[in-house]
Design a protein around this ligand. Structure first.
Ligand code: GLU
Length: 467
């Protein structure tokens, strides 16, 4: 059987990491089984859906690299089809017009609550036939009264729900617009979705959707409901726990692979392996190994993973992402060293690309002032002379590469009877503006001859002006 999965977000906000994990699991399952992965935008709630959110979803999917074989489909383009199915269900006696007013339903609810019964529709209009045009009507699905629905959930195992627990849900509102449970069912059927992988907040909808599918004579997909993602306080992960939007993680300096790796491990495991390439994820992913219980989002662990990816990924790849962050700082990376070399120099000390970009500005652009503490500590009496001698020696270096530059510093320290730090640190502050940078010889190669010499002059003048 060929596999078809789908990701079906409602475009009512940014792409949440929970949604991204659902998308990832559906994508992995399709990729593993040589199947098809569909993106379907569930935009029938016209009031809450926005083009901005659609864009955020598409941008998030693209950034994560979750490519889809079909779509994006938009449910708003399928209204005629939904109407057709609603009419079909009415015609075959599986749905009916209901004329109960809001007040009536409210009263029914109050009575049921008072009697400690579960509030549900009482089926008053269930046996009516035809449509009374003069009265406002919704359409309800005629849910079976007897028997049970068994969800053979691929994550949670069998879930049995008695039909008498399910009331006749509304499938078309008074204005004729279809409701969520109807549109999902029609699309899952028409798109021949074989595996519905989604958050377990939808578990209550599943038996209702299965009943509608059965009424339509459609083949039932398999279901896999993923447990929720919680914040550190045990509440469902939301904005108040920090970043939850996929694009916020990009903005905060995460690599997409690090986020994907983090998300795959959130609720799924393969032995005690922590780091997975995308190919390994595809190879090892099994719905059987998805946890049954909710998992807690751990920012520290994500940060650790991000650092691992920054250190161990191809620097060319990291540089491509760093370029965007450098651009965000208003710098054109073409105006300085090759970003690949910057990545190699900075990757050990940068847990995020935001950190790496911020710590690399001086390779591209003059800094305005010296870090106060660093200047105070290193621009001491006599350091101007040390820098002056360095300037003279460095100006003579023929090939501006790490080894000869290193030698100049070592030789000068020795000649002056100073330890290397007494030469390298003032030099570092002079060329970087602060006391933190990669190894000094590498730093100089990245800054380049011209900028290094100019900055040394600037520092010498600065120290002399302070006297
Ligand atoms: N549109 C629904 C949501 O965003 C998902 C529907 C589904 O996966 O069946 O929650």
């Amino acid at each position: 059987m060929s596999i078809t999965t789908r990701f079906a977000p409602s475009p009512t906000g940014y792409l949440h990491v929970g949604g991204a994990r659902t998308a990832l699991f559906s994508w992995l399952y399709a990729r593993k089984h040589g199947g098809k992965f569909i993106l379907r935008i569930e935009d029938t709630d016209l009031e809450r859906s926005t083009q901005e959110s659609v864009n955020a979803i598409l941008e998030g999917m693209a950034w994560l690299g979750l490519d889809y074989d079909e779509g994006p489909y938009y449910q708003t383009h399928h209204f005629d089809r939904y109407k057709e199915i609603i009419q079909q269900l009415i015609a075959q006696g599986d749905a009916y017009y209901c004329y109960c007013s809001k007040d009536e339903l409210e009263q029914l609810r109050t009575e049921q609550m008072a009697n400690k019964e579960k509030p549900r529709y009482n089926g008053k209009c269930r046996e009516l036939t035809g449509l009374e045009e003069s009265r406002e009507a919704v359409v309800r699905f005629k849910n079976p009264i007897d028997g049970v629905v068994t969800i053979e959930d691929l994550v949670k195992g069998d879930i049995v729900v008695a039909n008498k627990e399910l009331d006749d849900l509304i499938i078309a509102r008074a204005d004729g617009s279809p409701t969520y449970n109807l549109t999902v069912v029609v699309d899952d059927m028409d798109m021949k979705v074989t595996h519905v992988i989604r958050g377990d907040d939808h578990i209550n909808n599943t038996p209702r959707q299965m009943n509608i599918l059965k009424a339509l004579g459609a083949e039932l997909p398999k279901y896999a409901h993923l447990p929720m993602i919680l914040g550190s306080d045990g509440a469902r992960l939301s904005k108040r726990h920090g970043a939850v939007s996929v694009m916020q993680f990009r903005d905060d300096g995460y690599l997409p692979e690090a986020l994907l790796n983090y998300l795959v491990r959130l609720g799924w495991s393969h032995g005690d392996q922590e780091i997975f390439s995308l190919d390994e994820m595809v190879e090892y992913f099994e719905l059987d190994d998805v946890n049954v219980s909710a998992s807690t989002f751990n920012m520290e662990k994500l940060l650790w993973l991000n650092h691992q990816y920054i250190m161990n990924s191809d620097p060319v790849h990291v540089a491509r992402h760093l370029s965007w962050h450098i651009g965000q700082l208003g710098i054109d990376p073409v105006q300085g060293p090759d970003l690949v070399d910057v990545v190699k120099a900075q990757r050990e000390r940068s847990k995020t690309l935001v950190e790496m970009a911020a710590a690399s500005v001086y390779f591209y652009k003059e800094f305005d002032s010296y870090d106060e503490k660093a200047a105070k500590k290193n621009f001491t009496v006599g350091s101007d002379d040390v820098l002056e001698q360095l300037h003279a020696k460095l100006a003579e270096v023929k090939s501006w590469s790490a080894e000869p530059l290193h030698q100049v510093i070592v030789d000068l320290a020795e000649a002056l009877g100073l330890n290397m730090g007494k030469v390298a640190q003032p030099l570092r502050v002079a060329v970087c503006g602060s006391a933190v940078s990669p190894a000094i010889d590498i730093t100089l190669t990245l800054i380049g001859r011209e900028k290094t010499l100019a900055r040394l002059e600037r520092a010498i003048n600065y120290i002399r002006d302070q006297k």
